[in-house]
Design a protein around this ligand. Structure first.
Ligand code: CA
Length: 761
């Protein structure tokens, strides 16, 4: 692997062929990643709504510099000038916000204590933002701070100035927290802060151990009433503070350049377990932990090697792959006996086995989970075991988990995620029957407290074949379309498991999308209980019967049967014409359902692609539908256009919410030249590969090698494809063929080939 990395490094960095040069310029995949992509965002316009997560892949804890105020979902924004702390975070999205968070901030000066008085100016010029390390210079304190992660712990290193007033503030946040000094180097605490989706007894226990003894301590549980510097205690006099908002400042007298390290770990189970998790870093030292973290990222990112693109494309690709391998996060720990255990965010007990969380399946079923199934299936094996545990502990599969069930979005798309894994042989055998039962249960039940879990409106859907728009259930057409696809996913699983009665019944239900098709507009349209269609229909209206999109976006949500949809629309020509129309239509909108222009609407407008809205998930498979109507060259042209115009390695490098790997995984797949339009099928639809060469190292030891000679921005059209040396004239390649190891040799050209790929399959 290393040799290959050197070889593409050579191409990139030098453009020369000298071996000497190549050795000098060894570039590791992690070196291409910047974690700042997507951070130039705010409430009104998202260019990713991400934060620079320092973490290991799928790690239990992430860390981020905190520019926003305590509780602000926009935890780190690129346009900010000051940082308030280095925060342990579990936030999947600013809209869902954080839980179990606390901050650590090195300071100099007596008056530096709460988040306002301790914050410091910083510059992006003195900041390094990598997956395995974040470092920054706190100008107001003259302190250089670094942090590097393991899965459940981290090491921080602070380089202090000469001062008798150096210190580190540990802020356990408000709404119930505790801090105590347990010896002259070790602080223990808990935070209970959360944004919902947790049992009553939820706590994140943490331990912070410094490499030097502390000289004095200040602490309070009500910082608003506390005057910084007024109560410095000797360590031996310190007890614990517990209350609304525990903050502690530990003091050090430092010489110029003195480095103090802090080992930090946490646990959702107990204080004792937090100390056990501390063993991930205990005594290893900052540099060793950092080197191991970088190596782990190289291993995970290096599973896909690409070469023959621009430096910017390399940086975009690996930054996207980094974001595709963060969520869902591990929410399990290893107990004293070495057993996998987890605090259940569903029943509040400590349970055996895996748990993962922090993913919205409405987003991530589309291509993030298929990417795991192709490149990182062993991770999804654990996730599937965790989904079985979620059903055992809560009676439902999750739809949006953070850490427990959260009310957000629509659909029952856990079915897609469960089915795709079963059909691709990734689910643990012992969990298959239970997960099948869970899918069937979810289609006829609604969680009593979280109505977006299960299927809201299932009674209507199962009798009328759609969720009506006039029975008090919002976004009814979006629900119907997704339920129909979800039924197809369950049907495929039933077929696979030999349950043919279920399969037949569910296949019939999977055609329910037809019930919302309006011949007049050739689009999907809301329908009343009496069968009449929505009056005053506007295809430009966002929300209403749809979710964060309009009829132009949502009408394509027939993942399992583009051919069936084409037939409804009047044939392949009309279908292609309807696809064209999305780009041709001006970016007009009706935001009356929301009462204001939601950020997704703005993101569609500013992209200058008509009514195409790549910044939100409903449209993200749409371009690939050109493969199903005999015009694949348009899929090739538009996917390259989206990669070029709507992605970059810059702080505004996404065109909307990144959404826990989904929007990133779109780029990863698309740059490889194919995309899973219909998860739970064996198929990928072809696009246009971005790089001249790519190599996917599969976990089974096989490799998928993709070459695209003469590829360039102009030569973005596929003239021919050889699959394992044989001419491949259709637009579909099979997962089951790729996993045997495969060679895909594309011939690229600058004009559309209107003779190739006219047949889909
Ligand atoms: Ca979204």
């Amino acid at each position: 692997m290393k040799g290959l990395i050197i070889s593409f490094a050579m191409f990139l960095m030098c453009g020369c062929c000298s071996t000497e040069c190549a050795v000098e310029k060894d570039v590791r995949p992690s070196a291409y990643v910047t974690t700042l992509v997507g951070t130039l965002s705010d409430y009104n316009l998202s260019t990713g709504n991400t934060y620079p997560a320092v973490a290991l892949p799928w790690g239990m804890n992430f860390w981020t510099p905190q520019t926003g105020k305590m509780g602000d979902g926009w935890a780190y924004t690129y346009a900010s000038h000051t940082i308030r702390g280095l925060k342990q975070t579990h936030q999947p999205s600013p809209w869902i916000n954080d839980y179990g968070q606390f901050s650590i901030m090195p300071v100099r000066g007596v008056a530096c204590f709460d988040e306002e008085s301790r914050k410091s100016w910083f510059s992006h010029q003195s900041e390094e933002a990598r997956p395995y390390v974040y470092s920054v210079y706190f100008a107001d304190h003259d302190i250089f701070a670094e942090m590097t992660p393991t899965e459940r712990a981290a090491v921080m290193r602070f380089t202090f100035p000469e001062s008798k007033e150096s210190g580190v503030v540990i802020d356990a946040f408000d709404r119930g927290s505790m801090l105590k000094l347990v010896d002259d180097r070790t602080v223990v605490g808990y935070t209970t802060r959360n944004s919902g989706g947790v049992p009553e007894n939820f706590k994140n226990w943490f331990v912070v151990r410094f490499s030097s003894p502390v000289s004095a301590v200040e602490m309070t549980a009500s910082p608003a009433k506390y005057k910084a510097g007024s109560m410095c205690l000797k360590p031996e006099a310190v007890k614990m503070v517990e209350g609304d908002h525990a903050i502690m400042k530990v003091h050090f007298a430092t010489t110029r350049g003195e480095k103090i390290e802090a080992e930090v770990a946490s646990s959702f189970i107990s204080e004792e377990q937090a100390f056990r998790n501390l063993k991930e870093v205990e005594g290893r030292g900052f540099d060793a932990v950092k080197a191991a973290a970088q190596q782990r990222w190289d291993e995970v990112l290096g599973r896909i090697e690409v070469e023959g693109g621009s430096e910017e494309e390399m940086r975009t690709f690996y930054s996207c792959l980094y974001r595709s391998t963060l969520f869902p996060r591990k929410f399990y720990e290893v107990d004293a006996e070495g057993e996998i255990v987890h605090y259940s965010p569903y029943n509040g007990k400590v349970e055996k086995g895996y748990m993962y969380t922090d993913s919205g399946f409405w987003d991530t079923f589309r291509c993030l989970f298929p990417l795991l199934n192709l490149v990182y299936p062993s991770v999804n094996t654990e996730i599937q075991a965790a989904l079985a545990n979620t059903y055992r502990e809560s009676g439902f599969l999750p739809e949006w988990a953070s850490p427990g069930h959260r009310g957000c979005m629509v659909g029952n798309n856990s079915a897609s995620i469960v089915a795709d894994a079963i059909l691709k042989g990734i689910t643990p055998k012992e969990d298959i029957e239970l997960l099948y039962e869970a899918m069937l249960h979810g289609r006829e039940a609604v969680h009593p407290e979280v109505s977006s879990t299960g299927r809201l409106g299932h009674q209507y859907y199962n009798t009328l074949g759609y969720v009506p728009m006039n029975v008090g259930i919002n976004e009814s057409a979006a629900r119907t379309l997704e339920y129909a696809y979800d039924d197809w996913c369950i049907a495929q699983t039933a077929q696979h498991l030999g349950k043919s009665d279920d399969a037949a019944r569910l296949m019939k239900a999977s055609e329910n999308y037809k019930n919302l098709f309006d011949k007049e507009s050739r689009l999907m349209r809301g329908r009343n209980e009496d069968g009449t269609f929505e009056k005053n229909f506007s295809p430009y209206k966002w929300g209403g019967v749809f979710t964060e999109g309009n009829a132009w976006h949502y009408s394509w949500s027939v993942f399992h049967s583009p051919e069936g949809l084409a037939e409804l629309m009047g044939g392949r020509e009309t279908f292609a014409h309807m696809l064209d129309s999305v780009f041709v239509a001006p970016p007009i909108y009706d935001d009356s359902y929301y009462g204001f222009r939601i950020h997704e609407i703005v993101e569609m407008q500013v992209a200058n692609m008509g009514n195409y809205a790549h910044g939100n998930q409903p449209a993200q498979h749409m371009i690939y539908l050109y493969d199903y109507c005999g015009q694949p060259w348009k899929a090739q042209w538009w996917t390259r256009e989206v990669m070029k115009r709507l992605y970059s390695p810059k702080p505004d490098g996404y065109c909307g919410d990144e959404d826990n790997g989904q929007t990133s995984a779109w780029y990863v797949f698309s740059s490889l030249g194919f995309y899973p339009v219909c998860p739970a099928s064996d198929e990928y639809a072809l696009g246009s590969p971005l790089f001249r060469k790519a190599k996917i190292h599969l976990e089974n030891g096989q490799t998928v090698e993709i070459s695209a000679r003469d590829n360039s921005d102009e030569n973005r059209y596929v003239g021919a494809l050889k699959f394992n040396g044989k001419n491949h004239d259709t637009n579909i390649i099979l997962h089951s063929e790729l996993t045997k190891g495969a060679h895909l040799d594309f011939e690229m050209q600058d004009t559309p080939d209107k003779t190739r790929g006219l047949e889909t399959r």
